[in-house]
Design a protein. Sequence first.
Length: 258
Amino acid sequence: MNRTTIAGVGRGAVVAGVWLAVLTTASQAQLTPRQILERVDANMTMSTARVTAQMTITYRDDDDRILIYEAWAQGTDQSFLEFTAPARDAGSRFLRLEDAMWIYLPRVGKSVRIQGHMLRQGLMGSDFSYGDASENPSMVEDYDAVLEGEEMLEERRTYVVDLTAKRNDLAYQRRKVWVDAERWVPLKEERFARSGKLLKTALLSEVRRIGDRWYPFRIEMDDALQTDTRTVLQMLSVELDIRVPREVFTLPYLEGGE
C-alpha cells in the first residue's frame, strides 16, 4: 500500500516535471527576436557605470602591449575613458556625447573630433575601433533581427540572432549574435560589411553576476582585416548605478582632466 502510494506520487512528480519542462521550453520558444534583444538591452544597458580595465594587444610575434584605463558611462550616449598606464599613454582621453566623439592626446595638447574614416582606426592600435567605442549599445534601436535558431556555445544554450542595420551610417551593416538564453549576455558576435565580408569577431566570457545583472569580464576582439594583432579587454573592477560627476562628460574635462 505504502509502496504503491509512493510510486504513484513519484510518477505524478515526473509527469508534472515533464510538463513544466515542456511549458518552459514552449514559453522560451515563443520569444520573438525583438524580445530577445530587449532582454539583452535590459541586462547590459546601465544607467551609470565605472569600469577599470586592462587592454592587452598581442602581436603576431607574441609580444604584448598592456594598457590600463578607467571609464565612466551614463546612459547609452555619454562615456569618458582615460588611459592611466603605461606612462607613455597616461593622460590619453576619449569623450563620447551622443554621436560625436573626441580624443585628447597629451603630446598634442588639444582635443580632436573623431569622424569619417578615423572611426575605423584601432583604438590605441587595438582591434577595437573608435567606431566600436562610439556605438549605441542598444541593438534594438539600430537593427532588425531574425532568429536563426539555437546553438550550444561553451556549454551554454544560446539564441543565434541575425541583425541587419536599419540605417546606412552604422559601422556594421550586419551582425550575428549568440545570446545566452538564461543570462541575456552576448557570448559571441560576428560583424560584417555590407558586402557580407567578415570584419570582426568578438568572444565574451567570464560572465559574473553584479546585483541583478550579468556582465562579461573578458572580451576578446579579432579584427579580420588586422591580421597581426588580437586584443583582450579584462575588466578589473565594475561598478554599476553609481553617481557620476557631471563635469566628466565635457570638453573642458577632456582637455584638462578636472
